[in-house]
Design a protein around this ligand. Structure first.
Ligand code: PRT
Ligand code: ZN
Length: 286
């Protein structure tokens, strides 16, 4: 029992799908039947607790769970003693201050004396203090965006993703005070055995993230241009060069970062590359 890692994930909400997809992509089999509070993986020493996201930092800090997947916004707001072990890259969003579309805004000083409704009082108060703003913070637990229309506050400080909620409520985003994504958190006093399991899990997560950022590229080129092409495609170590049946031609295989992709394709074509194929990589172990 002691050597089973207890992972807290959101039961149902914006983090649930991403969390369980990540676990599945790590090759871990688990059936999270609807309404279940706990589940065990069949092929990895891990047990899942399905909880409300707000409770996850507290459960991890108290050691009820060893690790958890939760939005960084919630981790910082709850301010519990947990370690952020790894950033997971999904459920990205921002915490922003918004005002009525018609309001004038030239900077944080324009928030002086205003009422701001939010579910994130700590993050908001930090921003206000850093900017020397004296505003009245109203903590509410949901539907923050309707606060101005019901006369509760002139401004809101809420999570934004596409911006459509603010837009449909006649609000405009004026300050982004925090950028967030799902993170893996851990209890600060974890046993050596459990640390080992976390390392195994992290190894799998990192292999997936590496793979996502890279593509496998195959192309044909005249043998005489190999050196030039090699200098464009550094690859993991160095590109693979295989002779083609057609004399004087080779096939070159390598790995390319997704962000460099279009820029490099142009220089590869200029260096005589033909029949370029770019394919996704499922896992990448460096
Ligand atoms: O029931 P439980 O307490 O577990 O869930 P919850 O309702 O408190 O949280 P949930 O599922 O809404 O969000 C969980 C986490 O997802 C948040 O803490 C963020 O880290 C992250 N996340 C990512 C978001 C959004 N995107 C998001 N768009 N959380 C909330 N929203 C809401 C926001 O509050 C606003 O109402 O969506 C609306 C804005 O979206 P846009 O696209 O209209 O801008
Ligand atoms: Zn919540």
């Amino acid at each position: 029992m002691n050597n089973i890692l207890r992972l807290a994930v959101q039961k149902s909400g914006r983090l649930s799908e991403g969390s369980m997809e990540l676990i599945k992509s790590c090759g871990i089999n688990v059936s999270n039947g609807i309404g279940k509070l706990k589940a065990k993986a069949s092929n990895f020493p891990i047990e899942f607790f399905f909880l409300r996201d707000d409770d996850i930092p507290g459960y991890v800090a108290d050691g009820v769970a060893d690790i958890g997947i939760v939005g960084e916004n919630v981790v910082v707001e709850k301010d519990k003693s947990v370690a952020i072990v790894h950033r997971l890259g999904f459920s990205r969003c921002r915490l922003s201050i918004a005002l009525a579309k018609s309001a004038n805004y030239n900077g944080p000083q324009d928030l002086n004396g205003k009422g701001i409704a939010t579910s994130y009082p700590k993050l908001l108060e930090k921003f206000l203090a850093e900017n020397g703003v004296n505003a009245e913070v109203h903590e509410i637990s949901g539907s923050v965006e309707i606060a101005p229309s019901i006369g509760l506050a002139e401004a809101v400080c809420d999570i934004v993703s596409s911006g459509s909620t603010l837009f449909t409520n006649g609000l405009k985003e004026v300050e982004t005070i925090f950028q967030s994504e799902a993170v893996l958190i851990a209890n600060e006093n974890i046993s050596v055995e459990k640390k080992d399991i976390i390392e195994k899990l992290l190894f799998r997560i990192k292999s997936l993230q590496q793979a996502k950022n890279n593509k496998y590229i195959l192309l044909n080129a005249p043998e005489s241009n190999v050196e030039e092409i090699k200098s464009i495609l550094p690859g993991m170590r160095s590109p693979t060069v295989v002779p083609l049946a057609n004399k004087g031609w080779v096939s070159i295989h390598s790995v390319i970062n997704e962000n460099d992709f279009w820029e490099k394709i142009e220089s590869l074509k200029a260096a005589g590359a033909e029949g370029i194929l770019v394919v996704p990589i499922e896992k990448m172990i460096l």
